[in-house]
Write a protein that binds this ligand. Structure first.
Ligand SMILES: Cc1cc2nc3c(=O)[nH]c(=O)nc-3n(C[C@H](O)[C@H](O)[C@H](O)COP(=O)(O)O)c2cc1C
Length: 206
């Protein structure tokens, strides 16, 4: 899947997310916000100029968000998290947001009431996708804008002697017994068991 496919899940399947900012005291602050629109590499949300959230967005220009799809239990859910930079684009796309999210007209019914609102674009950063609906789990990282994808997780080096200990201790069976062994990153929980049990120290943290 490409970045735009993850952003589509965020807008269409998840929609309401928890967004974290940093407040005036340097402390974390969270609230629920709707992700209204997306294009290939960014997402758009809005808030009112009077809110503490607006001030924190303006002061810091950086957010972290997480959201999950609906589902009867955790094994029926997918999550997306993104951390990155935001910029205020004013009333640009506001009409489009109200057009594709008609429920917004019940919250801000008149054109006058909408003058409080400004749109922010999350345009640069890194996203993480985690899907518990597949067996084994599926995960992926994706980049927004010009960001370089920062990699996380574990790798097996040529020091591997194929002893099999890591395979026995992997909860998702995501280690292939080739030479050297290979971790299938898209199914890895990042639990660290493989590194813990490797006597050759052949497993490294990326
Ligand atoms: C489902 C849901 C969606 C919401 N979406 C938004 C939104 O898109 N923009 C917004 O400003 N507030 C939204 N809110 C309200 C904010 O969560 C609330 O105003 C919050 O207090 C703002 O954060 P602050 O107190 O840090 O300013 C939403 C609330 C809920 C329950």
């Amino acid at each position: 899947m490409e970045t735009k496919d993850y952003l589509q899940i965020l807008v269409e399947e998840i929609h309401s997310v928890v967004v974290a900012t940093v407040d005036d005291n340097g402390l974390p602050a969270t609230r629920v916000i709707d992700i209204m629109l997306h294009d290939d590499e960014s997402v758009y949300f809005l808030t009112a100029k009077g809110k503490a959230f607006y001030k924190q967005l303006t002061d810091k220009g950086y957010i972290s968000l997480s959201g999950i799809t609906a589902g009867k239990d955790s094994m029926a859910k997918k999550s997306i998290s993104i951390a990155g930079s935001v910029r205020n684009i004013g009333s640009e796309t506001l009409d489009k947001i109200f057009e594709v999210n008609p429920y917004m007209a019940t919250i801000y019914p008149t054109v006058e009431s909408r003058t409080a609102l400004e749109v922010f674009c999350l345009y640069k950063g890194q996203g993480e996708y985690f899907d518990l609906t597949t067996k084994p789990i599926t995960r992926a990282s994706f980049a927004l804008g010009e960001s370089n994808l920062q990699k996380f997780g574990y790798l097996i080096t040529d020091d591997c002697t194929a002893c099999g200990k890591c395979v026995e201790n992997c909860p998702t069976n995501c280690i292939e017994e080739s030479k050297p062994y290979v971790i299938h990153q898209e199914n890895c929980l990042h639990c660290g068991n493989c590194k813990e049990v490797c006597q050759e120290e052949a497993v490294i943290k990326i």
